[in-house]
Design a protein around this ligand. Structure first.
Ligand SMILES: Cc1ncc(COP(=O)(O)O)c(C=O)c1O
Length: 414
C-alpha cells in the first residue's frame, strides 16, 4: 500500500526535474460557488502536465542496471513527454512508442525532450504491445503510466504542495484516468490532514470508477469517448483501485459540455489554458456534481494544459454555446427585397452581433417563394437569447434554435 512516507521520499527526488506549481486563490470561482477556491495550476509544470513527477520518482528508484539499460514506455499523451524529459534530465536513455496517428505536436515535443520516438500501431494498445516487445528484446525498463507505487508517490507530491500551503484544506478535487494521480494526492493529503475530503472526477464517456466502487471490483467499460483524452481509459489500475477504495470519498462524472464550459471560463477569467482532463475538476465544481458547505476551502487540481489547437477551437465554440454566448437559429422569409433587412433590423435592435448568415432561396425545405435563413450570432447569455428569440417571434418570425439557447446547459456564468 502507498503511504505518506513514500510521497515524502518522492518529494525529495522530484525537485531534480520538476517545479513546484502555483496554488492561486480565485476570486471569480469563489464568487461563483460561494466557496473558497484555490486553483492548483499544474499546467505550468515542465512539459505542461504532472506526469514528469511520477516518471522522475520511478527512474530515481531504478536499479543501476535498469538506469543503464534505459526506459521504454507507450503513450499518446502527457506520459510520453513526462518520461522523455525526466529521463533526459536524469541522464537515462528513453524510448517512447506512440500510435501512428499521434498528433504531430506531441511527437515533436516528446522528441524535443530527448526521447527516441517510435511510431507503431493503430492505437494505444498496439503501441503498448510493441513497447513490451522492446522491453524484452532490449532489456529496457517499462515505465508504467499509473499502476506503480513509485509513479503514484511522485504524482502525490502535488498533494504535499497543496497541504503545505493550505494545511486545513477541506476538499481536493482530482481527475481520474488510470488512477495514479488521485492515489498519490489522496495519500499525501489524507496522510497530513485526515479530515480532508478527496473527490475524484471522471468524464461521463469514460466512467469506470463509479461502477467499480459499487461492485467492489474493477469494472472495465467497453469503449470510451470524451474530449478529455488524458483520462479516456477503460479502467483504473489494480493498485490504484485499492488506494481509491480506501482513500477517495466520492467519485463524480462530468459531461463534455461541462468540460468545455470549464475550459472556456478558465481561459476567459483566469487566463489559463487547461486541456480537457486538466479542467474536469473545475467542471465538477461548476456543474455542482458534489455538495459542499458555504465557505469551504476547495482545491480543483488543474493537471495539464496540453490541448491540440484544433480541439481547442471546437471546445471554445462548445463552451460559448453552453454559456449562451453563441446561438445558431433558422427561420423562413418571403423571397422579396427588404425581407432580410427587416429581420436583421430586429437583431440589431436587440444588440446581438452576427457572425455569419446564410440566405438560401433555392432550399428545397421551403416553398419556392420563400428563402431559408440560418444565422450564427454572438449573444450575451441565456437571458439575452430568450429576449432576442421573443422579439423575433413577436414580430412574426418562426424561429428554430439549432445550436445554443435553452437546450444548452443552463450555466449562467457571466
Ligand atoms: C492532464 C491529465 N489529467 C489527469 C490524468 C489522469 O491521471 P491518472 O491516469 O494517473 O489517473 C492524466 C493522465 O494522463 C492527464 O494527462
Amino acid at each position: 500500500m502507498l503511504e505518506l512516507e513514500d510521497v515524502l521520499a518522492a518529494n525529495e527526488r522530484v525537485t531534480e526535474t520538476s517545479r513546484r506549481t502555483p496554488l492561486v486563490y480565485s476570486n471569480t470561482f469563489s464568487k461563483m460557488t460561494g466557496a473558497e477556491i484555490y486553483l492548483k495550476q499544474e499546467m505550468f509544470q515542465r512539459t505542461g502536465a504532472f506526469k514528469i513527477r511520477g516518471a522522475t520518482n520511478r527512474i530515481a528508484t531504478l536499479s543501476e542496471r535498469d538506469r543503464e539499460a534505459g526506459v521504454v514506455t507507450a503513450s499518446a499523451g502527457n506520459h510520453a513527454q513526462g518520461v522523455a524529459l525526466a529521463a533526459t534530465r536524469m541522464g537515462v536513455d528513453s524510448t517512447v512508442v506512440m500510435p501512428e496517428d499521434a498528433p504531430i505536436s506531441k511527437i515533436e515535443a516528446t522528441r524535443a525532450y530527448g526521447a527516441e520516438v517510435i511510431l507503431h500501431g493503430v492505437d494505444y494498445d498496439e503501441a503498448a504491445e510493441y513497447a513490451r516487445e522492446l522491453e524484452r528484446e532490449q532489456n529496457r525498463y517499462y515505465l508504467p503510466a499509473f499502476d506503480d507505487w513509485d509513479v503514484m508517490a511522485g504524482q502525490g507530491t502535488i498533494g504535499l504542495e497543496i497541504v503545505e500551503e493550505l494545511p486545513d484544506v477541506d476538499t481536493v478535487v482530482v481527475p481520474i484516468g488510470g488512477g495514479g494521480l488521485i492515489a498519490g494526492i489522496a495519500t499525501a493529503v489524507k496522510g497530513t490532514n485526515p479530515d480532508a475530503r478527496i473527490i475524484g472526477v471522471q468524464a461521463a464517456g469514460a466512467s469506470s470508477v463509479v461502477p467499480s466502487l459499487e461492485e467492489g471490483r474493477r469494472v472495465e467499460i467497453d469503449s470510451v469517448g470524451t474530449v478529455a483524452d488524458g483520462i479516456a481509459t477503460r479502467t483504473v489500475g489494480e493498485k490504484t483501485f485499492r488506494v481509491i477504495e480506501e482513500r477517495v470519498d466520492e467519485v463524480v462524472t462530468v459531461t463534455d459540455a461541462e468540460i468545455a464550459v470549464a475550459v472556456v471560463t478558465l481561459l476567459e477569467r483566469s487566463k489559463t489554458l487547461a486541456e480537457g482532463a486538466g479542467a474536469v475538476a473545475l467542471a465538477a465544481l461548476l456543474a455542482e456534481t458534489f455538495e459542499y458547505d458555504p465557505g469551504e476551502t476547495i482545491v480543483p487540481a488543474l493537471c495539464g494544459g496540453n490541448i491540440d489547437m484544433n480541439v481547442l477551437t471546437t471546445v471554445i465554440v462548445r463552451g460559448l454555446i453552453e454559456t449562451g454566448r453563441y446561438l445558431r437559429v433558422r427561420t423562413v422569409l418571403p423571397d422579396r427585397p427588404g425581407a432580410l433587412d427587416s429581420l436583421v433590423g430586429i437583431i440589431s435592435e436587440q444588440e446581438a452581433n452576427i457572425y455569419a448568415i446564410q440566405h438560401d432561396r433555392t432550399s428545397r425545405h421551403v416553398s419556392m417563394d420563400d428563402a431559408e435563413i440560418e444565422i450564427d450570432l454572438e449573444t450575451r447569455g441565456h437571458d439575452h437569447i430568450d429576449e432576442l428569440v421573443d422579439a423575433l417571434e413577436s414580430a412574426g418570425y418562426e424561429m428554430t434554435v439549432l445550436e445554443g439557447g435553452s437546450g444548452a446547459a443552463n450555466l449562467d456564468l457571466l
